[in-house]
Design a protein. Structure first.
Length: 202
């Protein structure tokens, strides 16, 4: 792993390290915590808690908690909880809970319990098990969307997404979405203006 910028990390034995400028860490070393402001690149990264503000590039990430603000290009991510704000380029994303603030990028396959993709300039408010999409839905400035091949989840809440296929229990399709095929067994709502090509009840 190479860090460019500033970073702090804690190794498996609890020892703390600081990087200012450029620093290298073995990809085989399992970390407890990693925090980077700048760029970080690696083949594989195994760490309990990861926080990156800047650019993150690599083949695979295995973590309990992952927070990234900026640009990321990763082949495979497997975490308990993921929070992304920026432009993701990911082939496979697996987690219990995933929150992504974006309207750009690409993700191949998502597998999770709960998925929320939203525009940070808009607001989703939950009331009980209903969703009220609140805010200015003026999309005249930009109709850009994140592109996703497939989603498998218990519950999905989406805005500004173009998805080939979704398989889920509950689906809440918000503003500026285009869904080719939706397989759903529970609650389902689609905001006017968004498009679902085919809905299949399972």
């Amino acid at each position: 792993m190479r860090i460019k910028g500033s970073g702090e990390y804690t190794d498996a034995k609890g020892r703390n390290y600081t990087v200012l400028g450029v620093g290298d860490v073995s990809d085989d070393e399992k970390l407890r915590r990693l925090s980077v402001s700048g760029n970080v690149s690696f083949d594989k990264l195994s760490c309990d808690r990861i926080s990156v503000s800047g650019r993150c590039e690599g083949d695979s990430i295995f973590a309990k908690s992952l927070e990234i603000s900026g640009a990321l290009s990763i082949e495979n991510i497997s975490c308990d909880k993921i929070d992304i704000s920026g432009k993701p380029q990911i082939e496979t994303l697996t987690a219990d809970e995933i929150s992504i603030a974006t309207r750009n990028g690409f993700i191949g396959n998502i597998n999770c319990k709960r998925l929320k993709i939203y525009d940070s300039n808009e607001l989703i408010v939950e009331k009980g098990f209903e969703n009220l999409f609140v805010g200015h839905f003026s999309l005249s400035k930009s109709n850009s969307r994140i592109r996703i091949k497939s989603i498998e989840a218990d519950k999905v809440e989406l805005e500004n997404c173009e998805v080939d296929v979704i398989r889920c229990k509950d689906a809440f399709i918000g503003a500026n979405c285009v869904i080719d095929k939706l397989f759903v067994s529970g609650e389902c709502s689609v905001m006017p203006g968004s498009k679902v090509g085919e809905t299949v009840r399972t």
